[in-house]
Write a protein that binds this ligand. Structure first.
Ligand SMILES: [Mn+2]
Length: 229
């Protein structure tokens, strides 16, 4: 008779990142076009207070907090009497800057994340690397020009701003989708889940920078922002 011995697992203490330094970012960015304040906590629980003056963007930022498990406060006042372009872009810029600040030198994180999010008929895949090197590949084909009052061209602009300012290598691929609201929301959900994976502290990393080079260059530190297709 084969005796099955129970496998003895070493007792491990998974240290919550709450016990480490706070991973928060706060940006107040004022231009002639917008005034954006963002505070975020990477180790949050999904608490969200956002008011950008762009209702559909608010709806998407709620996805980010909820599925990214970020605590997120955003207030924006912008020249939305012209259109939503500047406010959308500047929220993306400030969000990217707040993420970069919270990630600091990116020690201890998992670094990579990917997620495939279905929303009814829509299916969107996001793969990202908190590499410090900005890049966006984006292929959403959104059939409607507007969702509510939101111009769907602005989805790409938002992710350009986030990738450039957070130092993310970001690939967004649409595998299926007919309804514009579903496609964009699946994209934000996939991005949020992928980001949540990537910024999570890996206890086995021991606080080291997750790169064989030992350094992940921060966005805006002399890199050349690049945006692909
Ligand atoms: Mn929705």
């Amino acid at each position: 008779m084969i005796q099955i011995r129970p496998i003895a697992f070493a007792r491990v203490t998974i240290s919550s990142s709450r016990t480490g330094p706070a991973r928060t970012g706060e940006i107040h960015r004022v231009t002639g076009e917008t005034d954006v304040h963002i505070a975020l906590d990477l180790d949050g629980t999904g608490r969200c207070q956002v008011a950008t003056g762009v209702p559909f963007l608010d709806h998407m930022l709620h996805q980010l907090a909820s599925h990214g498990l970020l605590d997120l406060e955003i207030t924006a006042r912008g020249d939305t009497h012209i259109d939503d372009h500047h406010t959308n872009e500047d929220v993306g810029i400030a969000l990217g800057q707040a993420l970069a600040q919270a990630l600091a030198d990116r020690r201890g994180i998992r670094r990579f994340g990917h997620f495939l999010a279905p929303l009814d008929e829509a299916l969107v895949q996001v793969a990202l690397d908190c590499s410090g090197r900005p890049h966006l590949s984006y292929d959403l084909a959104i059939p409607a020009q507007r969702i509510g009052t939101y111009d769907t061209e602005l989805v790409r602009e938002f992710f350009v701003a986030v990738a450039n300012n957070a130092g993310l290598t970001l690939h967004i691929r649409q595998l299926a989708g007919v309804n514009s609201h579903h496609i964009v929301e699946a994209c934000f959900k996939a991005f949020s889940r992928a980001l949540n994976q990537a910024v999570e502290i890996d206890p086995r990393r021991g606080g080291a920078v997750p790169s064989s080079k030992g350094v992940l260059e921060r966005a805006g530190a002399g890199g050349n922002p690049a945006v692909g297709d």
